[in-house]
Design a protein around this ligand. Structure first.
Ligand SMILES: O=C(O)CCC(=O)C(=O)O
Length: 257
């Protein structure tokens, strides 16, 4: 894993100007593999109703990939997202590692909570998530800063469903979002309407690369048209003491530093 001193001035400048920064080779591929193995274990245990040791793995809430409903497959091959993993040892250990908190301290301040985590299974045939801003989902006081991190657990390409971002859109307010109108779209997917998406940039990533992004950054992911898995682990962070005005089942504030 990389240094613990936080973002370099150039990386911070990129984040401030564009709303995101990609940090190459941030995490060891072995750590990514351990995350994938663990979330597969959690997903299977949930399907079987068995208990696991090693943290709060069973807090993981598995959302199915609606588009793949009815197909045969192992639990992880039919999953879309597994929420609320950051109390589990492997996932929480990454969120509270000095390398991660070093990056976040420069963006949020000295006291930081992780409030949301999701493992993304972009299985073959899975659809992308439409254009959205994460802050649409967060009714917080104060509303900002909120920082997202997406760790490439496998290689992400334009063919297997990588992220796309709209550089500079983090300076915009939260746009109107409407429910994703595709029949078979995943639960909770919404879409920004009434804003042109020209200037979008694809974010291909190698295993272990980390994308750090502002919660107002407009982004989406594409469909996985390959026969391999694209997997990512995402986290969201806010200053300790941030109030959730609409507490639900997935936000779980845990102090990481
Ligand atoms: O990684 C993906 O496919 C989409 C993730 C995303 O946009 C999100 O969770 O907000």
């Amino acid at each position: 894993m990389r240094f613990t001193d936080g973002l370099t001035p150039a990386e911070l400048g990129h984040y401030e100007q564009h709303g995101y920064v990609k940090l190459a080779a941030f995490a060891d591929p072995g750590r990514c593999r351990a995350m994938l193995d663990r979330v597969v274990e959690i997903t299977r245990a949930q399907a079987e109703g068995t208990k696991l040791a090693g943290g709060a793995g069973l807090a993981g809430l598995v959302l199915p990939e609606s588009n793949l409903a009815g197909r045969p497959g192992r639990p992880e091959e039919l999953a879309s997202k597994v929420f609320t993993l950051h109390r589990d040892d492997i996932f929480g250990g990454f969120a509270s590692s000095p390398e991660v908190t070093g990056v976040l301290t420069g963006l949020i301040g000295p006291r930081i909570d992780c409030f949301l985590s999701q493992f993304i299974f972009k299985n073959p045939g899975a659809w992308g998530q439409p254009w959205h801003q994460d802050s649409y989902y967060f009714a917080f006081e104060p509303a900002r800063p909120v920082v997202g991190m997406s760790l490439a657990v496998t290689r992400a390409t334009t063919e297997n469903g990588c992220l796309y971002v709209l550089p500079g859109s983090h300076r915009e307010p939260v746009h109107e979002h409407v429910p994703d109108s595709r029949p078979g779209a995943n639960y909770g997917y919404v879409e920004i309407v009434g804003r042109a998406m020209s200037g979008a940039e694809a974010m291909p990533m190698e295993t272990g690369d980390l994308l750090v992004f502002d919660s107002h950054l407009v982004h989406r992911s594409s469909d996985n048209t390959t026969d391999g898995l694209r997997a990512a682990m995402t986290y969201h962070f806010a200053a300790t003491g941030t109030r959730d005005l609409q507490p639900g089942v997935v936000n779980d504030f845990v102090t990481v530093t």
